[in-house]
Structures are given as C-alpha cells and as structure tokens.
Unconditional design. Structure first.
Length: 322
C-alpha cells in the first residue's frame, strides 16, 4: 500500500520484488500528478489461455482488428498447448504446436498466430507482471512465408465476377451481392484494401478534386487516395447520401462469403479479393513517375518515412492516373 499526497493505492503481488518495483512506479506517478495505473498481476497457476482471454477482453477490444483477434484467441484457447500453466509454457511447447499447425495451414497463417501470441506475452510481461523470463516466440524458428502472390486480374475475370454477383457494371448496386462486386471494382481502380473501401463515407469522397480521404488505414496513418477517371465513374453511378453514411453497404464478413462463392461460380478458385490491390498497383506503376508516387497512392508502409519528406498532391496524381 502506498500513501502519498493524500492518495492511497494498493496492489497485490506474488513476490516482494514485484511489489517494490510497483511501489516505486506508483510513487513517481503520484508525485508527477498522474493517476496510478491499477495493476492486476498474473496469479500463480494461470494458463497461457487465461492470458489470451484477458488480452482479448482488455486490449483487443480497442483495436480495429478486434473481431479477428477475438476469433483467433478463441481458437488458440482450445489448443492443449495453451492450456499449460504460465510457468510450464516454453519454447519447446510452442515449437511443438508450430509443427503440428504447419500440417494444417500455411506458414503465413502460423506466423500471424505467432505475432498475436508474441504480442499477448509481451503485454503480459510488461503490464501484468507475468512470471515469464523471456518471450518463447523469440526463442523458436519461425516458418518461412511463401513468396508474395503475383496474381493479376484480367478484364474477362472482372466481368465474370460481376456476372456471378448479379451486377451489370453500369448501374447502382441494389443487393449485398451487387455491392460486393462494386467494392471489388473500386479496389481494382484505387488499390485500396477491402477494409478501406468498406470504411468510406460520402464525406470522405471529393469527386471534383478526384480524391478519397482515408482517416484510418491498416498502418494507422491517414491517406488521400487519388481517383482515376474510372474510379470517379464508379462513384457517379451511386446516389449520393448523407455525409456520414457509408458508401458501400455490405459488411466485411458478408462480402467475404459472397466473393468466395462468386469466384467459385466463375471458375476462378485461385482469385482473392486482395489481388485487386496488386492489379491496381501494377497498372498505376505504368502511369506514375516514381516509386514514391506509387507509395503515396497505395499507402505501402515500407516507404512511410520517405513520404514524410515527399508528399505529392493527390489531385495531381489523379490526373496522372487518367
């Protein structure tokens, strides 16, 4: 228990050392006029699944990818490996899970799971005083990701997807299937990610300037997306709504379901929605002057630092895109 400047705070720990470390931080916070963070340390006997579930409740809920993390954590918690007590969980157990998992899913999926597991354990060590000496994810070999996809999307394939979803490519969508096709065509003409297309609201799109503003992207940055004449034509098919109204009226999970069905119906089982991004970037690279302009259009994170020094005008880029 700490009493300082009229404030009384307390917390419970398994060891004297943990308590003393917290006490120093708590006193420093009180002196600085800050609120002392409430610490609920990891108890002896808790499992890795307990840490995963706590992370889901306390941390994941504030993320844009909360739904994905909740689902992945739920799946991981059903694995026997993650039902081990914290003090018994180590690189050997994690490596065994990795090897079994690789028999079922691709290396890229395993690496995404490892990223999540690593984030949970690091947070538990730093914030919850979890009795873990080192993050086991850092002590095992990660599987090598496959080569990046090089799938292109032809005009015939665009038409096939639109037909499978019942959209004529010339009128305003009226069903969720048609909105799925519309979202795919917007992605093909803008290089926007699926989530970015679905997040667009009418207040974000300026058809006169030919710019769409993304306030939140996968990288956490704002981005102005230049719109080609083809992209503008797509938006002009729609009846403009209230500023805060979402433009594409279909939810992410529903879109995924409809798109998978459409690609199978069209005989294109190897086509992914995300292939639209590569197709658009390939087409843009033929029209833009340099890789920095391409990065500004696509929002590729590898060049974020350089874009701090060079930010081309999105309206000028729109003109280059035609």
């Amino acid at each position: 228990m700490i009493v300082r400047k009229g404030q009384r705070v307390n917390a419970t720990f398994d060891t004297r050392q943990e308590a003393e470390e917290w006490a120093l931080q708590a006193e420093a916070a009180i002196i600085a006029g800050q609120k002392v963070a409430t610490v609920v340390p990891v108890r002896v006997g808790q499992t890795i699944a307990d840490l995963l579930q706590r992370y889901s409740r306390e941390v994941s809920v504030s993320k844009r990818g909360a739904r994905w993390e909740h689902l992945r954590i739920g799946t991981l918690c059903r694995e026997p490996t993650f039902c081990l007590p914290v003090h018994e969980f180590g690189p050997e157990a994690l490596a065994g899970w990795r090897d079994q998992r690789l028999k079922v899913v691709a290396a890229s999926t395993v690496n995404r799971d490892l990223n999540l597991i690593s984030a949970v354990i690091t947070h538990a060590i730093k914030e919850w005083r979890a009795p873990i000496a080192a993050n086991p994810v850092h002590l095992i070999q990660r599987p090598r990701n496959p080569r990046a996809r090089k799938r292109r999307v032809s005009m015939d394939e665009r038409r096939a997807i639109a037909a499978a979803l019942g959209w004529d490519m010339a009128s305003e969508p009226g069903t969720r299937m048609q909105w799925t096709a519309f979202a795919f065509f917007v992605a093909l003409e803008t290089a926007m990610r699926k989530g970015e297309v679905l997040s667009l609201r009418w207040q974000d799109v300026d058809l006169e300037r030919r710019v769409a503003h993304l306030s939140i992207t996968k990288n956490g940055d704002e981005r102005d997306v230049p719109l080609s004449s083809e992209a503008v034509a797509l938006f002009r098919l729609l009846t403009r709504g209230e500023g805060s109204r979402r433009i594409v009226r279909v939810e992410s999970g529903t879109l995924d379901q409809f798109f998978r069905r459409a690609r199978d119906k069209a005989g294109l089982p190897d086509l992914h929605f995300h292939d639209s991004r590569r197709e658009a970037a390939t087409q843009f690279s033929k029209k833009l002057s340099n890789v920095l302009e391409l990065s500004a259009v696509t929002g590729h994170r590898s060049l974020n630092i350089l874009r701090d020094y060079y930010r081309p005008d999105p309206t000028d880029l729109a003109k280059k895109l035609g």
